[in-house]
Design a protein around this ligand. Structure first.
Ligand SMILES: NC(=O)c1ccc[n+]([C@@H]2O[C@H](COP(=O)([O-])OP(=O)(O)OC[C@H]3O[C@@H](n4cnc5c(N)ncnc54)[C@H](OP(=O)(O)O)[C@@H]3O)[C@@H](O)[C@H]2O)c1
Length: 294
């Protein structure tokens, strides 16, 4: 497809949703600046013909340089920003150290915030722009053992809701995408972070952790409702091209279901449903509710 004259910066393009959206928008005629934090991934992206740069969300200097490079490639303009790069830190809330929780917020919230704040003035000057935040079903539904990730995505939703109000009249549209289970490296990366940061052997949750790890290690789709990353690409395209982009884009059946249940059930009833869902393994991190803690 021919160049549509619109540029977009995407974070976290080494795998999963970021990679799929970078490829899909490139094929659709967008000027895609695909970013990844590891040099090898940047080179791999370049090898396949994408315009790629380094960007580590944990590093302010890396963000500054990435924005500078992006704007030098696009003559100082940027139509859209897709905030996407993130990871899930599994672990019971009582097993999260302050540093581990802080690290989750550094990547999933503060890096996105810093990057967004560097891009907003460019968009304000243009009088137009699209900011698309890849949130999650876990940005409005809590599940056991996802406290750190839940908190980072809930915080993202709050910050984004406020930002949207403050950008009214600027020509900048802000959308949240709320995927449920999507095929990507997310589970493999979450398992790695759990092993790295959680002292499972000395936890009261030890038995449950084992069931969770078995689930995360399992190959194939996490749940019967898992969709390919193209399901997110479809919503990103709408958020970019619709004259009236949506504020929230639910993706996958569980997201629609829990958004509905959250509206109609009492908080206590919803807790029961969430614990039953967790026990059934339909959420991807199965927890055996009947196993005794030792
Ligand atoms: N998969 C799902 O079921 C699901 C559901 C709801 C929401 N999401 C959201 O979708 C987004 C993409 O995740 P995914 O499913 O595509 O998982 P993924 O395959 O693990 O991709 C995550 C991407 O984020 C990057 N990343 C992690 N830390 C970073 C940092 N400090 N700086 C820059 N990039 C960093 C990763 O880079 P490295 O390769 O270098 O680690 C990778 O490119 C995330 O925001 C996630 O919360 C995913």
């Amino acid at each position: 497809m021919t160049d549509n004259g619109k540029s977009i910066l995407i974070t976290g393009c080494s795998s999963g949703i970021g990679l799929c959206v970078a490829r899909g928008l490139d094929a659709r005629g967008y000027r895609v600046i695909a970013s990844a934090r590891k040099t090898a991934d940047v080179e791999r992206l370049r090898d396949e013909g994408l315009e790629a740069i380094g960007l580590d969300l944990d590093d302010s200097e890396s963000i500054r340089i990435a924005v500078k490079k992006t704007l030098s490639l696009t003559d100082g303009r940027l139509f859209a920003l897709f905030n996407n790069g993130a990871y899930g830190q599994p672990g019971a809330v009582e097993d999260l150290s302050r540093d581990v929780l802080r690290a989750q917020f550094e990547t999933n919230l503060l890096g996105w915030h810093e990057l967004t704040c560097r891009i907003i003035p460019v968009m304000r000057k243009q009088g137009e722009g699209r900011i698309i935040q890849n949130s999650s079903i876990l940005g409005f539904t809590a599940l056991p053992y996802r406290g750190a990730y839940n908190a980072s995505k809930y915080a993202l939703e709050g910050l984004t809701d406020t930002l949207r109000l403050e950008l009214q009249g600027s020509g900048i549209q802000v959308s949240l995408i709320e995927p449920g289970p999507i095929r990507s490296q997310f589970r493999a990366n979450a398992l790695r972070m759990w092993k790295q940061h959680i002292d499972a052997d000395n936890s009261v949750h030890r038995a449950r952790y084992q069931a969770m790890a078995d689930r995360l290690e399992k190959q194939g789709p996490a749940t019967p409702f898992t969709l390919p990353p193209e399901a997110v690409l479809k919503r990103v395209i709408h958020a970019l091209e619709s004259p009236r982009p949506r504020i929230r884009y639910p993706v996958t059946f569980p997201t629609y279901l829990f958004a509905f249940l959250k509206r109609v059930l009492s908080a206590r009833m919803l807790d029961r449903v969430l614990m039953a869902t967790e026990g059934s393994g339909k959420t991807g991190y199965r927890v055996d509710r009947h196993r005794r803690e030792d």
